[in-house]
Design a protein around this ligand. Structure first.
Ligand code: FES
Length: 160
């Protein structure tokens, strides 16, 4: 099945093109746009972005798999990404990962059967000064404790 941008996304892509000096510079924002538009970066989405940017599918695939912010598999409504790099590890990231894993009944890389939560363990989220950090979709939650992670999860659950 092939994928194609909506009119609005296509217009946004054209705006990106006008802002960046060449088509290759637009790969990262184009992948971001594709992920927002399609939910994750399927093989079809990779081919589509390659076509749009004039890069090879292998190059797009390489970029999409290098950065943890891009999802090559479908993710739940809430994508929980817990950093386990140095600062976060020193301040209890492993404990938080174990806690969330147990609470949701999934391991890192898995999605709850109801499709609401995906848990990922990622490298530095660039907010080491406020470690430990968890990103939920586009939002950052910082200086986390088991209690504050519980509060985040409870709030997300109550939003249903
Ligand atoms: S080490 Fe976790 S945000 Fe940098």
């Amino acid at each position: 099945m092939s994928v194609v941008f909506s009119e609005a996304a296509r217009a946004e892509f054209e705006r990106l093109l006008s802002r960046y000096p060449d088509r290759r510079a637009v790969i990262l924002p184009a992948l971001h746009l594709a992920q927002r538009e399609f939910g994750y970066l399927s093989d079809e989405a990779i081919l589509y972005v390659a076509e749009l940017t004039g890069a090879s599918p292998a190059e797009i695939e390489g970029v999409a798999t290098f950065y943890t912010m891009y999802n090559r598999k479908p993710v739940g409504k809430y994508h929980l990404q817990i950093c386990r790099n140095l600062s976060c590890s020193l301040l209890g990231a492993e404990r938080l990962i174990g806690h969330v894993s147990e609470k949701l009944g999934i391991r890192p890389g898995e999605t709850t059967p109801d499709g609401r939560f995906t848990l990922s363990v990622v490298e530095c989220l660039g907010s080491c000064g406020t470690a430990p950090v968890m990103q939920v979709n586009d939002d950052y939650h910082e200086n986390l404790t088991v209690e504050s992670v519980d509060a985040v999860l409870d709030k997300l659950r109550s939003e249903e």
